[in-house]
Design a protein around this ligand. Structure first.
Ligand code: ATP
Length: 368
């Protein structure tokens, strides 16, 4: 970063990633132009196209190139459709792990008229990113899941004090900046050691945050309360797998996966914008995907970097993006069909750009 500039990577991912990531770049670029923020975009290959062009879904050099940046946008990864080859790995857990992006910040916000199940929802679930039950990331070699006999499968869940403390601190800092209320979601009634360690670690770190009210909820009860009274929650922290499930449930309350953004953060300022949803192969190439989650994830990245690095133009650009998206979402003509609108992806992107006062800007930065 220099003065008012940020260096950001662009990794489109797969399927609808090739549509929604360029949309997010166009909107961010337009907002940056309004506030005098310079963004140096670095496109980098990843995913299925990288397998075709570079022989690997995470080509050599990509990690080094990312290390030189302030942050990046990662589009959704459709690894389930990759060919069964050693070069065709799921790259996104590797990025999270390699850069120690241990906290996945996933907000849920309701907007009027888009088909939300509740009004006035404004909560954030902070999901632990790098351990837990996920077998492709909770061991250094091999897999956290194995089959000792044809009829027996064992899945290992990893919980560490350090991992729990790190995500707890990130969540407490977030809660402090919000409504100062953190809910720990776990199941220590059954997972006495694993969830027990997670909860203990969270309370230990919470001693440094006397201004934040901390309570807890058993995960199954939380799943029920989230559906019935989501307005009662502010910031939530939980382990990896619970967070994976609950963030999709939360998205379902406010219009579906197109409304589910996310930002992966670690200890420093480095961050990765990554929407909660997958690559949606069922709608890819049709120009109908909802770009909100990807644009909002990018907005969160600008806001995060702006605050962490003291770049006020980035914070201001993020604020302008928020206002523009609020305006676009208020009009059915500038929102996609999954959220009670009539627009396609391009129409919604144009709506946001117009609200930014950025004219059409059509495809100007689509190659970034
Ligand atoms: P993953 O496990 O990789 O997160 P998933 O199984 O949850 O993926 P998605 O790819 O997220 O699956 O898609 C689930 C459903 O949500 C699909 O019907 C898809 O079309 C829809 N969906 C996902 N993202 C969007 C979006 N941005 N706009 C509109 N619909 C979406």
């Amino acid at each position: 970063m220099t003065a008012n500039r940020l260096r950001l990577g662009v990794l489109e991912g797969d399927d609808i990633g090739h549509e929604i990531v360029p949309a997010a770049v166009r909107v961010a670029e337009a907002a940056a132009a309004q506030t005098g923020l310079g963004i140096d975009w670095t496109p980098l290959p990843i995913g299925r196209r990288a397998l075709d062009t570079h022989g690997h879904t995470l080509p050599e050099g990509t990690l080094d190139a990312l290390a030189a940046l302030d942050g990046w946008i990662l589009g959704p990864i459709g690894h389930r459709d990759y060919p069964k080859l050693p070069e065709a790995i799921n790259p996104h857990p590797i990025l999270r792990k390699h850069f120690d992006l241990f906290a996945n910040v996933r907000p849920t916000r309701s907007y009027p008229g888009i088909g939300c199940l509740h009004d006035d929802v404004d909560l954030v679930i902070v999901r632990e990113n790098n351990e837990g039950f996920q077998p492709d990331r909770n061991v250094v070699m091999g897999s956290g899941e194995f089959r000792p006999t044809e009829d027996v499968t064992i899945s290992v869940r990893v919980i560490t004090r350090e991992g729990s403390r790190k995500v707890a601190r990130a969540a407490l800092e977030l809660a402090r900046a919000r409504r100062k209320h953190l809910t720990l979601v776990h199941k220590n009634t059954v997972f006495k050691l694993g969830c027990g360690m997670f909860v203990e670690s969270c309370y230990e770190v919470a001693q440094d945050f006397p201004d934040v009210t901390v309570d807890e909820c058993i995960v199954d009860t939380f799943a029920m309360k989230l559906v019935r009274e989501p307005q009662n929650f502010d910031t939530v922290v939980t382990t990896n797998m619970f967070g994976d499930i609950l963030t999709d449930e939360a998205a379902g309350l406010v219009g579906g996966l197109g409304m589910a953004p996310g930002l992966c953060i670690g200890r420093g300022s480095l961050a990765m914008a990554q929407a909660t949803h997958g690559s949606a192969p069922d709608i890819a190439g049709q120009g109908i995907a909802n770009p909100y989650a990807m644009i909002e994830s990018t907005r969160m990245l600008l806001d995060w970097l702006g605050r962490a690095q003291g770049v006020s133009q980035a914070v201001e650009a993020a604020a302008q993006m928020r206002q523009a998206m609020d305006r676009a979402l208020a009009d059915p003509a500038t929102r996609t069909r999954d959220i009670a609108g009539t627009a396609d992806l391009e129409g919604m992107t144009q709506g946001i750009l117009s609200a930014l006062g950025a004219g059409t800007g059509k495809r100007a930065h689509a190659q970034a």
